[in-house]
Design a protein around this ligand. Sequence first.
Ligand SMILES: Cc1cc2nc3c(=O)[nH]c(=O)nc-3n(C[C@H](O)[C@H](O)[C@H](O)COP(=O)(O)OP(=O)(O)OC[C@H]3O[C@@H](n4cnc5c(N)ncnc54)[C@H](O)[C@@H]3O)c2cc1C
Length: 389
Amino acid sequence: MNNYFENTKVAFSLKSDTELERAYFLFKLIANQPLVRIGTAVTNFAIKAHLPVEGLIRATVFDHFCGGISEVDCIPVIDKMFTKGVSSVLDYSVEGKEDEAHFDEALEKILKIIVFAKEKKSIPFAVFKPTGFGRFELYEKLGKNIDLNSEEQSEWSRVEQRFDTVCKCAFENDISLLIDGEESWMQDAADNLVLKMMQRYNLQKVIVFNTIQMYRWDRMDYLKRLHDQAKAEGFFIGMKIVRGAYMEKEIERAKERNYPSPICESKEATDKNFDEAVAYMMQHLDSMAIFAGTHNELSNYKLLELQNNAHLTKTDHRIWYGQLYGMSDNISFNLAEEGFNVAKYLPFGPVRDVMPYLIRRAEENTSVAGQTNRELNLLKVERSRRKNK
Ligand SMILES: Cc1cc2nc3c(=O)[nH]c(=O)nc-3n(C[C@H](O)[C@H](O)[C@H](O)COP(=O)(O)OP(=O)(O)OC[C@H]3O[C@@H](n4cnc5c(N)ncnc54)[C@H](O)[C@@H]3O)c2cc1C
């Protein structure tokens, strides 16, 4: 891999000295596991008790990991990143709201983003979460083949309608649409719904992307089965490939309820599964498009090697590299500098509503110790590079 992702001047070219110091301070805090645990508990309490902590959250984690409260707030960040060739995926990150008014509000938000994206080359994708459009329990029931009562049936048809409205809007505006992957026990119903959307809107090219989480050992089979179906019926497959964000929860639930864990037996097995899916998709680009959502340097490097070895152009529209805003700028900005297609998820939403997302980021960076250390080291290198200039 040589030093492909180590150019910190390129990685942090958009960060002022103050922003660089803030990032360094933040990752130092996040690296401290007990502090994150206490900090998370205190913040959750403070938010529930309506204590005035939003200013503090904004000045620290929020501004580092989010683009703002509204999509308009995000414009300066989007424009700035695009000067370096890095695109944005505006991610309305409000989670855990389980009523019809919020589902409709999320739908309106995504529709607005698609129309907004049409005007901006810097926003090639829109994104949403299945549970942003319908109740988790409903997905879960359908996944288990439990009959819905008549009220639930009409509730589910509204979920389907929301999926269709947003996919149709993406199709008409020619904006690609990523659909996030969530917990395994709701994912079957979401997969079925996304399949319907691919059958409807991916007939000429990929508009709709599902997500496969390669920490699940059954996903390679799923991908191959989907491919067979796509060939037989003549639709294209869009797939975001990730490792998966809910590992602890998945393992704990399987243990509690005494069923086999859906998660690969080790990190190495997940890595192998991830590589296999990437290689499979790269071999079938005639009918697929891939969005690799990963902060793993080696995974990004392996994909770019496959791309180079196949003599594909760096801007091939079927291949995208994706990272989250506030993380792994060394990967995003160095890939973009080389001319590859790169997009960063740029979350936004009211401070208290994006807290579940922010807590996941803090916990993820704490648990993946190597990743935090890598961020810290890169920030350290860049600080001293600037000092010795
Ligand atoms: C642009 C983007 C979009 C994303 N969208 C989604 C999404 O829709 N749904 C979703 O679930 N996640 C999503 N993620 C998060 C992603 O799934 C990972 O949690 C995160 O990126 C860390 O994995 P990695 O490949 O970056 O890095 P690595 O550090 O290489 O991998 C860490 C991951 O490996 C797996 N792992 C770790 N230890 C073990 C073990 N002992 N056994 C088996 N597996 C293990 C876990 O999945 C863990 O998260 C997204 C990430 C990005 C960058």
